[in-house]
Design a protein around this ligand. Structure first.
Ligand SMILES: Cc1ncc(COP(=O)(O)O)c(C=O)c1O
Length: 427
């Protein structure tokens, strides 16, 4: 179970034509190769329709006695169940909706900061997005001691290095499931095992991992998990999951008349209902995808929504491994320096988010040339200043990142490879 997320299933034919037909942004002329998915994914038409439908027909406040208001209550409750199925939560009340992952991490850090006693050590990593570091560093003011779980020279976090950092004073370990800069995976179930053995909790940043593979809070055995809808085919919104018993105890801000119970105690104020409707539609898209990828579907129909989601995400993971291998091949052919897992034989340890530099070409120049050729990639520090330091690259120029999802294709990679090779030859 601990290694579940690190295994890649056997590849099968992936229906990317059908997949791409669902995303209007991928079918516009002139064509555009979108390799900046780690900054936010495109949305299927059905997600747009759900947002539209909500705004046009249900744009009222919840909690009223009239039908439309009750419909909004029902839509939010149903979206909670959809997200619970997506992440394998035991109870839908464990899912809270809000703005984004960063604000949920800060909500958590404020709440946990109020409960630091003798357990005041917080483990953070230098691989993480700054959102899952800076929010915890704030707690030094509340008496927290920050303990760094550092990458080794191979730019990976090794779980063996975490064990000696844990003791009876460790309050929690905050780490990512997948690096938004390097695309490398962390064996978070092994992290949770160690942390729990020391009596500590685990907060996972699932933002980058979410569109790539099966999310399973029960298999991860984490205590809290944050995620952003806009990285997983939904509009801009975020959600947080926590263990019911822990959420019940969490001291959060709420008005006195708001019940001191999840999810309401986590959701201060009004969130964006139409985007939550979009999130539910994004989960429905993944469920539908399971029917297109599964040859045995008719003989062996999914037993539940969760089953459909697992089938879809398993097929995505498998297809994306072929994209990772092809990306590594074209990067190597162009003489690029790849940071992180660079061995095509180890694609089980990564998702297709590739971090690299091209000798002789500044990251900014490379993205501009790519842009002129209709390819969108990103340059910069990727909100990971500590990782940039470890890689030995200046913050100001940073690295290049090409981040792919299941709607990208090998043909697009070859197009990207041609432009890269042309630049490498002229440098
Ligand atoms: C790994 C990771 N964590 C956290 C964040 C911040 O997410 P949000 O924009 O939802 O606050 C991002 C955003 O790119 C991310 O990639």
């Amino acid at each position: 179970m601990a290694k579940q997320q690190l295994t890649v299933p056997t590849p099968t034919a992936f229906p990317f034509d059908r997949v791409r037909s669902q995303f209007p942004a991928l079918n516009q002329q002139p064509g555009f190769v979108f390799f900046d998915n780690a900054a936010g994914a495109q949305i299927p038409q059905a997600v747009f329709d759900a947002v539209n439908q909500h705004l046009l027909h249900c744009n009222v406040q919840r909690g009223g006695r009239y039908k439309k208001s009750k419909d909004v209550d029902a839509a939010i409750a149903s979206a909670r169940q959809s997200v619970a199925a997506l992440i394998n939560a035991r109870h839908s009340e464990e899912v809270a909706f809000g703005m984004n992952a960063t604000s949920f991490l800060r909500l958590l850090s404020i709440a946990i900061g109020c409960t630091l006693g003798t357990r005041h050590e917080i483990v953070v990593t230098d691989l993480d997005h700054e959102a899952n570091i800076a929010t915890w560093l704030q707690l030094v003011r509340e008496g927290a001691k920050i303990v760094w779980w550092k990458m080794r020279a191979d730019s990976s976090l090794h779980v063996e290095d975490l064990a000696p950092l844990l003791n009876a004073k460790t309050r929690l370990v905050a780490c990512t499931v997948a690096s938004n800069a390097l695309g490398s995976l962390v064996d978070v179930a092994a992290v949770a095992k160690l942390a729990h053995a020391a009596g500590a909790e685990v907060v996972l940043d699932c933002v980058h991992y979410a569109p790539h593979a099966v999310i399973d809070v029960q298999a991860f055995d984490c205590d809290y998990l944050v995620c952003s809808g806009y990285k997983i085919f939904a509009p801009h919104m975020g959600f947080m999951w926590g263990r019911l018993a822990l959420l019940n105890e969490l001291p959060t801000f709420r008005e006195d008349f708001i019940p001191d119970a999840p999810p309401f105690k986590i959701e201060a104020g009004t969130f964006i209902y139409e985007n939550v409707a979009g999130m539910a539609a994004a989960v429905a898209y993944l469920e539908a995808l399971s029917g297109w990828v599964d040859d045995e579907g008719e003989a062996n129909p999914p037993r539940s929504r969760r089953d459909s989601i697992v089938r879809a995400m398993t097929a995505i993971r498998s297809y994306e491994a072929t994209l990772s291998a092809e990306m590594l091949r074209v990067l190597e052919a162009a003489g690029a320096t790849v940071y992180g897992v660079g061995d095509p034989g180890r694609c089980n340890e990564r998702v297709p988010t590739l971090c690299f530099n091209l000798p002789g070409g500044s990251p900014q120049h490379v993205t501009e040339v790519m842009s002129d050729r209709g390819i969108g990639i990103r340059d910069g520090h990727m909100y990971t200043p500590r990782l940039m330091q470890q890689l030995g690259v200046p913050m100001e120029s940073g690295v290049l990142r090409a981040s792919l999802l299941h709607y990208n294709t090998v043909e697009e990679i070859q197009e990207f490879g041609k432009v890269l090779l042309g630049m490498a030859r002229h440098s």
